[in-house]
Design a protein around this ligand. Structure first.
Ligand code: UD1
Ligand code: CA
Length: 455
């Protein structure tokens, strides 16, 4: 099978400089959703017809398997498919999809393609309470005889509630013939793809139809409002699937998954969490309210407490992170580690049972096991030009408000006194500190406010 994806339209109502099909739904361009669904059908060729947005669209959508056909100017859906014809294998049928209709499922398309087989024209149709704007499916004795666009329809035709979703599949050689004979003698002066239906009937090619499992599968995006509506529909599908798989969601309406979220057994997720990229959460782990987690692995039984932001990291089993922690790329935390409020980590490995519970920055750091990082500890990893590593070995104790000026090493079992600025390595099992002597000025008097001058 060939797949043609129509993506040349302008999308004026988006009121945006970004081409319509590149607007993101669940973190991914609309067109990428359609391309991925097309791929799931295993077609021999996928051709994307582009126009508005030009090369920006081509550059944004990845894949060596895609062929691109430029439609310039845009003279209608029939004209759009014509631009793809030179790329198509004439021996197999062609499925036409829209680049701005992102929620169509594999199952629905497989049903349509199955119904049409190799030699029939298949239309995906749907009954709408309010069909206005859509092409109407005209039947005669149950058989589809043609599609009439809303703008070309008379009052009686406009009563028809079965509409054309735009998605169709056709035998390719016949499709090429029908397209070649299209005229634009209609209300919009466009070459309508829908006119191939009457041509097929004329050629005695059977026209069949299939219906989607859900109306949302046929919804297109023409405005920011519709984009937001489709986003919620998509997220609702994701949430339903997660719950069916056993995940506890505090509120399925307050979850956003922009990528793949894979959960083990007894995972629970509180409200307003955003998951991006590929996130894996193992058995029994929980995520508190208002967390944003991207490309991260969370180990079994770990607790991510509210308002935590994690990117590109790995969290060990039974770790406790947050509230208000920020784990930047390259954070790798061992089992039963604790990372508390207002702790930032980047490119830092912290081994099992170590803790950084309050107000710290650890960057480019390797922390051993059972280390305690006191409140306010900061690794000074950057000299304005280069970054350096800090190493803190097992069982070290870092007093509060310590600065570790990298490159520097704290030996096994060492203790750093509170307030230390460490510029040289601290030896194992010793107390090291840098501190000016505490003094008390006996003669000092606190200043008092001078009396105001009278005027
Ligand atoms: C089309 C159908 C209509 C159907 C409706 C469903 C035709 C003539 N009409 O109408 O029966 O009910 O979709 O939404 O096919 N596009 C191009 N190049 C063009 C024109 C359109 O690539 O020259 C693309 C658009 O980007 C869009 C899709 O084709 O993805 C549909 O175009 P649109 O203008 O929305 O079609 P409608 O007039 O709504
Ligand atoms: Ca449309």
């Amino acid at each position: 099978m060939n797949v043609v994806i129509l993506a040349a339209g302008m999308g004026k109502r988006m009121r945006s400089d970004l081409p319509k099909v590149l607007h993101p739904l669940a973190g991914k361009p609309l067109l990428a959703h359609v391309v991925d669904c097309a791929r799931s059908l295993g077609p021999g060729r996928i051709v994307v017809v582009y126009g508005h947005g030009g090369e920006t669209v081509v550059r944004a959508i990845k894949g060596d398997d895609l062929r691109w056909a430029l439609q310039e100017p845009q003279l209608g859906t029939g004209h759009a498919v014509m631009q793809a014809l030179p790329h198509l294998d004439p021996e197999v049928p062609t499925l036409v999809l829209y680049g701005d209709v992102p929620l169509t499922t594999h199952e629905t398309l497989a049903r349509l393609v199955g119904a049409a087989g190799a030699d029939k024209l298949g239309l995906l149709t749907v009954e709408l309470a309010d069909p206005s704007g859509y092409g109407r499916i005209v039947r005669d004795g149950g058989r589809i005889v043609r599609v009439i666009e809303h703008k070309d329809a008379d009052a009686a035709t406009r009563e028809i509630r079965e509409v054309n979703t735009g998605i169709l599949v056709a035998p390719t050689a016949a499709l090429a013939r029908w397209l070649g004979a299209l005229s634009n003698d209609n209300a919009q002066k466009e070459y309508y793809l829908t006119d191939v239906v009457a041509a097929a009937v004329h050629d005695r090619v059977a026209v069949v139809s299939a219906q989607p499992a859900d109306v949302s599968e046929t919804l297109g995006v023409n405005s920011k409002r519709q984009l937001a509506e489709l986003e919620r529909l998509f997220q609702n599908r994701v949430a339903t699937k997660l719950m069916d798989d056993g995940v506890s969601l505090a509120d399925p309406a307050r979850l956003d998954v922009r990528g793949d979220l894979l959960c083990g057994r007894d995972v629970s997720i509180d409200v307003n969490c955003v998951f991006e990229g590929r996130v894996v959460i193992d058995d029994g782990a929980s995520v508190g309210a208002n967390c944003v987690i991207r490309d991260t692995h969370i180990g079994a039984g770990a607790q991510i407490l509210p308002f935590t932001l994690i990117e590109d990291s790995s969290i060990g089993a039974r770790a406790r992170i947050g509230p208000y922690a920020r784990l930047r790329p390259g954070t790798d935390l061992g089992e039963e580690t604790h990372v508390g409020n207002f702790v930032e980590m980047k490119n830092t490995r912290m081994a099992a049972r170590s803790k950084a519970n309050h107000l710290s920055y650890l960057g480019d750091t390797v922390v051993g096991e059972r280390v305690n990082i006191g409140a306010g500890t900061i690794t000074c990893n950057y000299d304005g030009a280069n970054k350096y590593q800090t190493v803190i070995e097992d069982d070290a104790f870092i007093g509060s408000d310590t600065q570790l000026v990298a490159p520097v090493r704290v030996g096994r079992g060492a203790t750093l006194g509170a307030g230390t600025t460490l510029t040289r390595d601290a030896p194992e099992h010793k107390l090291t500190m840098s501190r000016t002597q505490q003094t008390t000025v006996e003669s000092w008097k606190r200043p008092v406010k001078k009396p105001a001058a009278k005027s």
